[in-house]
Design a binder for this molecule. Structure first.
Ligand code: KG4
Ligand code: ZN
Length: 383
């Protein structure tokens, strides 16, 4: 039996450990972020150019207690003040997720507080809903949500139903996620990790039309989203990644890339601006053209889906939602279609625990809690 909500403070402690950030946050009533602490593991994984699951689990184990303590301290509250413990159940790396889930379960059991399991993708959507609630803006429903991160390029129809949210998956990637493509192309070009912010920054200095990568067509038959009559929309970025590689080979850019990689590796804390002097015009044009192609594909398919599904507004979330060009193009297209488009704040675009605590608020209100049988689910689906 789960305990009932014992107080009316509306404080939820959120815990997130699905990938390479150990995060904890205290959020009041799904709106007010009292603290949002993130221990990033970028330093650990950057030398490998990607997340090493075993190392991620070990770092989560080291970080979880200090991160939760810091979140409570910054929020000015103690464990006994919180009304519920929310944790990311999945999707993500099994060992990484387990650290957060086990710690949250132990806290909930010891404190006799409700335990609320949250899907990481739902968390990303609530990073936007948190902002809109804060600004007292009402997003017209149904909402079409694009979750675009290192692991996902997924489209959902989202609707509030009796104070909780319901999701229906209507699109997904068939190979690389958009963020993964940013990371792999950045690695291929000798840039830092994660690649998204590097490409975002450097693309401003290139011509996105210089290399005419065409629109991305997915050859597979459209899938039918589970239990729905809706043909699923598909994204694919592995072909574009190969086209970038072909361009590199045809222009014999390999030697310059290795010089750039070595020069950046020699800097103690390399930033995208450090790479500018190490990139010639062709490289900058390649970076900008790659970004333009991904952004145009995301915009085109999202607005096609919005029209087909009669969406009344669009939400774009996940790490790639921090991309400047993506925000600009989505806003322009939104104006053209008279469809409101909302994003999370930059801080809440990438992984954090405030979005997990925010997503848990409607569940706390509805009394929809998890049992002590909760475990990590690395391939947990939404909708
Ligand atoms: O949501 P997130 O923090 O973690 C996952 O759930 O995957 O997303 C991380 C991804 C990485 O692939 C990273 O390169 C990408 O988001 N990213 C960006 C930007 N900032 C982060 N991609 C493009 N432009 C950015 N500014
Ligand atoms: Zn994420």
């Amino acid at each position: 039996m789960q305990p009932a909500v014992s107080s009316t403070r509306g404080l939820i402690l959120g815990i997130e450990s699905s990938c390479d950030e150990t995060a904890a946050a205290v959020v009041r009533e799904g709106v007010e972020v009292l603290s949002n602490v993130i221990a990033s593991q970028v330093g650990t994984h950057s030398r490998y150019g990607g997340v090493v699951p075993e190392l991620a689990s070990r770092e989560h184990l080291q970080n979880i207690v200090p991160v939760v303590r810091a979140a409570l301290e910054q929020a000015g509250c103690s464990l006994s003040d919180v009304d519920g413990i929310a944790v990311t159940e999945g999707p993500g790396l099994a060992g990484a997720l387990l650290v957060g889930v086990m710690y949250a379960k132990a806290l909930a059991f010891a404190l006799e507080k409700p335990l609320i399991a949250i899907n990481h993708l739902e968390g990303h959507i609530h990073a936007v809903l948190l902002e809109t609630r804060k600004q007292q803006k009402n997003l017209p429903q149904p909402v079409l949500a694009l979750v675009v991160s290192g692991g996902h390029t997924h489209l959902y129809m989202a609707e509030e139903f009796q104070s909780t949210w319901r999701y229906k998956n209507i699109g997904r990637t068939v190979d690389d996620a958009a963020g993964e493509a940013f990371d792999k192309v950045a690695k291929l070009l000798g840039l830092g990790y994660p690649g998204g912010p590097w490409i975002d920054w450097l693309a401003q200095h290139g011509d996105g039309r210089a290399i005419p990568f065409g629109p991305i067509h997915v050859k597979q038959k459209p899938y039918r989203a589970a239990h729905q009559q809706t043909p699923g929309l598909q994204f694919s970025y592995s072909g574009l990644k190969t086209a970038v590689l072909r361009h590199v080979q045809s222009r014999s850019m390999e030697a310059a890339i290795e010089i750039r990689r070595a020069a950046l590796a020699a800097l103690p804390n390399a930033k995208p601006a450090d790479a500018l002097a190490l990139c010639d015009a062709d490289t900058l044009n390649l970076i900008a053209s790659f970004q333009r192609t991904v952004v145009e594909d995301l915009v085109r398919k999202t607005f096609t889906a919005a029209e087909a599904m009669h969406a009344a507004s669009i939400v774009v979330s996940g790490g790639v939602a921090a991309n400047r060009e993506l925000r600009r193009r989505f806003c322009l297209e939104g104006e053209k279609h008279a469809l409101p488009v909302a994003f999370p704040s930059l801080e809440l675009s990438t992984d954090n625990a405030a979005m997990i605590a925010a997503a848990a608020w409607p569940r706390l209100v509805a009394g929809s809690f998890s049992t002590d049988r909760l475990s990590a689910d690395p391939s947990l689906a939404l909708g």
